[in-house]
Design a protein around this ligand. Structure first.
Ligand SMILES: Cc1cc2nc3c(=O)[nH]c(=O)nc-3n(C[C@H](O)[C@H](O)[C@H](O)COP(=O)(O)O)c2cc1C
Length: 188
């Protein structure tokens, strides 16, 4: 099985990327060695994708990002809160993906991170509505990390043992959810 963690901002040095890195390490330690876990970091998107021409014709450099989403068995999205919502680049990325195959029946879960006290609840719920519209298989157990600058260590690991336990629970249960769906639903 293959899981992809989306780090849903292109801000350099983001806390989102740190949390995504922690989740990847956790999964690498806990999944069977035959399974794979990649990070899709929106910071790595090729600049050409932001040309208005991309709506009609995707640059070749975008193919590997689209293929990663198409082939993966589950998308675990770490989403920060920007101005009371998700980062615009995350929605733009979705708009650039092949339609409808990319999100249709794709197992998906969300983790929210924010400086504020609601831990990106708004951003996660807004994204869940969009992914629901796109017929993703939403896994609704979610972890929200408020005051994230003080809540994680340098490797993105939550410092609060309760939050850490909730994160491990979400990630483990999501993998189980995605594994079950692999056997019943094709990704398109
Ligand atoms: C453009 C921008 C808008 C932001 N708006 C909010 C916000 O509405 N609410 C909030 O709690 N934090 C907000 N923040 C702070 C982020 O939540 C904070 O940077 C946190 O570390 C997660 O974002 P990061 O992954 O970019 O680090 C904003 C940050 C940026 C860069």
């Amino acid at each position: 099985m293959h899981i992809t963690i989306i780090s849903a901002t292109n801000r350099p040095g983001s806390n989102t990327r740190k949390v995504a890195g922690y989740i990847q390490n956790f999964l690498k330690e806990n999944l069977p060695k035959t399974d794979a876990v990649d990070i899709l970091d929106l910071q790595d998107l090729p600049p050409e994708i932001f040309s208005p021409k991309s709506y009609d014709e995707k640059p070749k450099s975008f193919e590997k990002f689209a293929n990663l989403v198409l082939k993966t068995d589950g998308l675990l999205c770490v989403v920060p809160e920007y101005n009371g919502g998700f980062p615009g680049v995350f929605k733009y990325f979705i708009d650039m993906l092949p339609f409808p195959a990319s999100l249709q029946k794709k197992p998906a879960a969300f983790v929210g991170v924010a400086m504020g006290k609601f831990g990106a609840l708004r951003a996660v719920e807004q994204m869940q509505a969009i992914w629901g519209y796109r017929h993703a298989h939403l896994f609704t157990e979610k972890v929200l990390i408020p005051a994230v600058d003080k809540a994680i260590d340098a490797d993105g690991k939550p410092l609060d043992p309760v939050v850490l336990k909730l994160l491990h629970s979400e990630v483990n249960n999501f993998v189980e959810f995605a594994r079950k769906l692999m056997n019943v639903a094709p990704s398109v």
